[in-house]
Design a protein around this ligand. Structure first.
Ligand SMILES: [Zn+2]
Length: 453
């Protein structure tokens, strides 16, 4: 069975575990390490739980009480930002719109980023596109999980550092022509979000429902997550951060501007992947390799005993020789570093030269440094030219893609991120060698000078 076969059902716990961090960043909700057991999230539909959930008073309440108070009304309101709506609408329209035959429409899936205010209103600030599926369903693959974990991590860090209070507050997907509901698989997905975080919402977009007066989106939650797959979905109140007229205008304008150009964007991404990464970057690394190459076979573990017992299979993460065991140096880099080391050894000797009337050791040392530097710099000339050229080509394309970046999904963003990362690694290695070529630490000893004075 391929990875695809893992399907959403088994995927949900993964989403869960990635998300467990998220509620911690919302004030008062995650202060206690204890995850609320599902029985605590009973929903009282009539009396709005938001009234009871006065987060401003959070410090006066015993922590265990907060857990009990964490019942929220699943129909409690959400505010959707124009940006979030624009991103989900345009990304959704890329794969299902009236210019495409309905049988070729495809569903898309993404995650929501937002925060909950003191009144318990969930503000959805952003909707990040993740993946396109087929006619009636989307499947997460490893790529998307990695991306989601990274997004979660960066949101969490921002929440902690800048007190944004933001977290992954749900998910969104499209139902092209199907209307607003949760399928069984959707319910399972929603459970993955709503159990750890009762505010989590699932937004559904159906472009065929979009009219002059209706945005084509609805926000859904489960009435009672403790019922598991038997839970029923209900519609939550959904407002926008601006008037609907303004939101619609902005979103429609983006769609008009963005959608016709997507063929070019895809071509640009293909060029990055096929030409710049697979050909040029690979060739640079093959001919003038500087980026460390991971050795295959060994798994990294934090379990020291396991690493000792099965050292052919595992590598201990705190092993002092971790880097050399995990990575090997490309020949070009090994050769360069060998030369730098040899030069440094010779320079050390020169630095020890005794001063005479004819010989000034400092001058002699500087001249020797220059000679070695020039010698080794020659070897760096070509790779520097190549990487600079590659950078210019890459950044030109990035500039071209920039207005479309909001509507790229995981896979597309990864194409950009990957090459960016490779170029960065290469440049850092190059800079590091250039820095070493200054031989700054090699100096004529101070006392020697004084002696001879
Ligand atoms: Zn669905």
């Amino acid at each position: 069975m391929s990875k695809k076969a893992t399907d959403k059902k088994s995927a949900v716990p993964k989403i869960n575990s990635e998300n467990e961090e998220a509620p911690k960043s919302t004030k008062g909700k995650g202060d206690s390490k204890k995850t609320p057991t599902t029985t605590e999230t009973k929903v009282t539909k009539k009396k709005s739980a938001i009234d009871k959930l006065d987060l401003a008073k959070i410090d006066d309440i015993d922590r265990t009480e907060i857990e009990v108070e964490k019942k929220i009304d699943p129909s409690s309101p959400c505010v959707l930002s124009t940006k979030a709506y624009r991103r989900m609408m345009v990304y959704g329209l890329r794969y299902a719109n009236f210019d495409i035959k309905p049988k070729n429409w495809r569903e898309v899936y993404g995650i929501l980023v937002g925060k909950v205010d003191k009144k318990g209103v969930c503000h959805i600030l952003d909707a990040i596109p993740m993946v396109v599926g087929d006619r009636a369903g989307v499947i997460f693959e490893t790529k998307q999980y990695v991306d989601m974990a990274q997004i979660d991590q960066s949101i969490f860090e921002r929440a902690v550092n800048d007190q944004t209070g933001q977290f992954i507050c749900g998910w969104w997907h499209t139902h092209p022509g199907f209307g607003f509901f949760f399928s069984e698989v959707d319910t399972i997905t929603q459970l993955g979000y709503q159990i750890p975080n009762p505010f989590a919402v699932g937004i559904v977009f159906d472009h065929t429902e979009k009219t002059e007066n209706f945005p084509g989106v609805e926000a859904l939650r489960l009435d009672d997550p403790t019922k598991g797959v038997l839970a029923e979905y209900i519609t939550s109140e959904l407002e926008f951060d601006k008037s609907f007229d303004e939101v619609k205008k902005e979103a429609d304008r983006s769609a008009e501007k963005i959608l016709p150009k997507f063929k070019e964007v895809k071509e640009a991404l293909d060029y990055i992947h096929e030409e710049l990464r697979k050909k040029k970057m690979a060739q640079l690394q093959r001919n003038y390799g500087l980026i460390l190459v991971p050795r295959s076979g060994k798994k990294v573990t934090e379990d020291e005993e396991l690493a000792e017992e099965e050292n052919d299979k595992f590598l201990y993460i705190w092993d002092p020789d971790f880097s050399s065991k995990k990575y090997r140096k490309p020949k070009f880099r090994e050769n360069l570093e060998g030369r730098v080391l040899k030069a440094a050894q010779r320079l050390e000797k020169i630095a020890q030269t005794k001063e005479t009337k004819k010989v000034d050791p400092t001058k002699k040392l500087e001249a020797a440094k220059k000679k070695y530097r020039q010698e080794i710099e020659k070897l760096l000339k070509k790779p520097k030219e190549w990487v600079d050229k590659l950078k210019i080509q890459f950044f030109n394309i990035i500039e071209q893609i920039d207005p479309f970046y909001d509507y790229l999904d995981t896979e597309e963003r990864k194409i950009i991120e990957y090459l960016d990362e490779r170029i960065n690694k290469y440049t850092i290695a190059l800079d590091s060698i250039e820095y070493q070529l200054q031989f700054k630490s090699i100096q004529v000893p101070q006392n020697k000078k004084e002696e001879s004075n």
